[in-house]
Design a protein around this ligand. Structure first.
Ligand SMILES: [Fe+2]
Length: 159
């Protein structure tokens, strides 16, 4: 299958697919970081953060699947190995065992900032490619990350 089958120009879709694969890799590392935070969080905020991290990793999992299936819809294979994810991702793994709860939240805020920046870039690229479907999807992911940035920053008292 190629992009022409859904009325998009192959040459314009190439940068879209490359950026979606990059975003997919970043989401995988972010996802596993959220799981680590969910498992290893300790302290008086345990019940709040344990649940919040679960909410975020569940959303990330759905996002990962949507991204991969969008890449397939554009006619290309999504990255599917951890080797690719680790090599590609700008978001890096962290050790969450023994990490203070507020530092976990700040690490997730940093991840969201990186994801939002990448998503904003993809909005420009998809607009140039006339790829409204990807544009709409990534816009949703970005809005979710923006809203959660506000909530997590409020939790750690950052304006
Ligand atoms: Fe759990």
């Amino acid at each position: 299958m190629n992009a022409e089958e859904i009325s998009l120009e192959e040459v314009k879709v190439k940068p879209v697919v490359d950026h979606l694969n990059d975003l997919l890799a970043n989401y995988h590392i972010h996802y596993q970081k959220l799981r680590g935070c969910h498992w290893n969080v300790k302290g008086p905020s345990f019940f709040t953060l344990h649940l919040k991290f679960e909410e975020l990793y569940t959303a990330a999992l759905l996002t990962i699947d949507e991204l991969a299936e969008r890449i397939l819809s554009l006619g290309k294979p999504p990255y599917s190995t951890f080797d690719d994810y680790i090599k590609t991702s700008a978001i890096k793994e962290i050790q969450t065992i023994g990490l203070k709860d507020t530092l976990m939240v700040k690490a997730i805020i940093d991840d969201l900032a990186a994801l939002i920046a990448k998503e904003r870039e993809i909005l420009d690229i998809t607009a140039a490619a006339g790829d409204d479907g990807t544009n709409d999807m990534v816009n949703r992911f970005m809005q979710f990350n923006e809203k959660n940035t506000w909530m997590l920053r409020s939790f750690v008292n950052e304006d």
